[in-house]
Design a protein around this ligand. Sequence first.
Ligand SMILES: Cc1cc2nc3c(=O)[nH]c(=O)nc-3n(C[C@H](O)[C@H](O)[C@H](O)COP(=O)(O)OP(=O)(O)OC[C@H]3O[C@@H](n4cnc5c(N)ncnc54)[C@H](O)[C@@H]3O)c2cc1C
Length: 372
Amino acid sequence: MSTDIDQAGLAARITGFVDAVVTPIAPTMARGAGPSPKRIVEAAGEAGLAGILTPPAFGGAGASHSDFIEFIEAVARADASCAVILDVHLSVGTEPLLVFGNNDQKSRYLRRLAAGEWLAAFALTEAAGGSDAVALRTRAVRDGDSYLLDGAKAFITGAGDADLYIVMARTGDGPHGVSAFLVEAAWPGVTTGMPLSKMGLHGSWTGELVLDGVRVPAANRLGDEGMGFTVAMSALDSGRVGISAQAVGIAQGALDAAVEASRRRGEGGSATDMPALADMEVRTSAARQLTRYAAALVDAGERVTLDAAIAKLYSTDTCVAVAQSAVDLCAPESGADDHSAAVRFRDAKACQIYEGTNQIQRVVIARHLLRD
Ligand SMILES: Cc1cc2nc3c(=O)[nH]c(=O)nc-3n(C[C@H](O)[C@H](O)[C@H](O)COP(=O)(O)OP(=O)(O)OC[C@H]3O[C@@H](n4cnc5c(N)ncnc54)[C@H](O)[C@@H]3O)c2cc1C
C-alpha cells in the first residue's frame, strides 16, 4: 500500500462506491440492461476512483497497484461487468499514458480520464491477431505531421462508448514495426459496431473498432515509433494483475452465494457441503495472495511478467472452478439465468481469455523455466 495517501479514506470510498453504486445495479448489469460503461466510470469519478493510479497532479488518487487490486476485487465481488469496465479504463486504458505519455499527452487526457468524464479503451486484438499480436494488420502511414490509420480491431472492451482508444498499429515490419496511438472516438473515420452478445459480462460492452483513414496527429503517438509492442506488453503485464483481481472478486462472490445456500440448508451450514466450501475458500485465498504479490512487485518497480502470468492463470482458472462449484452447491435454484452463482459462472469464463489466454500464460511461464 502507498504510504502517502489516506488508506482508511480510500478503503471507505471503495466500500461506499460498491455499496451505493455497484451492488444496486448488479442485476441490471447481469441482464445487459445498463447503465452504460461510461456511466459506471462517471460514477467512479464522482467517488474519486476513476483515476486511482493517476497522480494527484493530474486529478487522480495517486494510489498504488496494491490499492487498485483491492478496488477491482471489491467491485468484482458485487458485479464482474463493472469490474472489467473499471479495470480496462484504469489499467490498460490509462496506464500506458502514465508510463509512456509525455507531459503534453498527460495534460490533454489524464484529467478527463481521472474525473470519469472520458472512458478509455485498449485496442490491440484483430480478427487475424489476438494471441499472435505481431500479426496485427492495422496500418499507420506517416503523412506530414500526422499518421493515417486504417484497419479493424476486434473484441474491444468499451467499443462504442469509449472516448479514447489506445490503438496499436503497424508503422513497419515485425515486432519493432508496431506503434501505439492515442485515438479520440470523435475523430472522422472512427466507427464502432454493435456490442457483441456474449455468454457473460453482459453489462460490459465488447465490440469492433474500425479505423478508416483516421488522421492522428504525430503528437498522439505514445512513445517512439516502433515502441508499440513494448507499450502493449507493459500494459498487459500489469493489466493481468487487474484481471487476476477481477477473478478473485468473482470467485469470492460465487463463494458468498454458496455459503448462503449452504447456511439455508442446515443449521450453521450443511455438513455435506463443507469439503467443497473449504476447497473453494483455499483456492480463492491462494489466488488473492498471488494477486497481492504480483501487485506488490509492480509497486516495487520489479519486472512482473512471470508473476502476473502466474497470478492471472491461477486466479482465472480458480474463478471458473469456484463459480462452477457454486452452481453445484446452489442447485437447483442456480439453474435460473439470474441466480448469482449462474451469473458468476458465465462471467468467469472470459477472464481465462482476455489479456492473454491462459494457454498463452502457460507459454510465458514455461518459457521462463526453459530459458538459460
Ligand atoms: C470479453 C472480451 C473482452 C476483450 N477485450 C479486449 C480489449 O479490450 N482489447 C483487446 O485488444 N482485446 C480484447 N479481447 C481480445 C482477447 O484479448 C483475445 O480474444 C485473446 O487475446 C485471444 O486472441 P484471439 O481471440 O485472436 O484467439 P487466438 O489467438 O486465435 O487463439 C485461439 C485459441 O488458440 C490458443 N492459442 C493461440 N496461440 C497459442 C499458442 N502459441 N500456444 C497455445 N495455445 C494457443 C488460444 O489460447 C485460444 O484458445 C477481449 C476478448 C474478450 C472475450
